[in-house]
Design a protein around this ligand. Structure first.
Ligand SMILES: [Zn+2]
Length: 103
């Protein structure tokens, strides 16, 4: 009772920072997921270096995740703001360059 031994975030062996894909909720190391950032001007950037300031969201480098995140409300929810149609189009176009994950 009251023990937090199973708390995955507290596991001391894991030093790699983990992030969760906003579309499929899979966890992966920060470097394996792609970061999206909503800048102060409301623009959505694909932050390849992971250094951009702003509210960020992580997505797997797979088309499936990009499509479900952009077409649904998930991304807007996580980034706390409306995403313009132009930005969505750009994100979907980028998603088209990514491989599809099967299974
Ligand atoms: Zn994903």
């Amino acid at each position: 009772m009251g023990e937090r031994m199973s708390d995955i975030n507290a596991c001391p062996r894991r030093r790699v920072p983990e992030r969760t894909c906003v579309a499929c909720r899979r966890k992966d190391s920060k470097g394996s997921l792609l970061r999206l950032v909503r800048t102060a001007t409301g623009e959505i950037l694909i932050d390849k270096a992971g250094k951009q300031n702003g509210r960020g969201a992580y997505l797997c480098p797979f088309r499936n995740c990009w499509e479900s995140a952009v077409k649904g409300t998930r991304l807007e929810y996580v980034l706390k703001g409306k995403i313009e149609l132009e930005s969505k189009k750009r994100l979907l176009e980028y998603g088209q360059t990514l491989p599809v994950r099967y299974g």
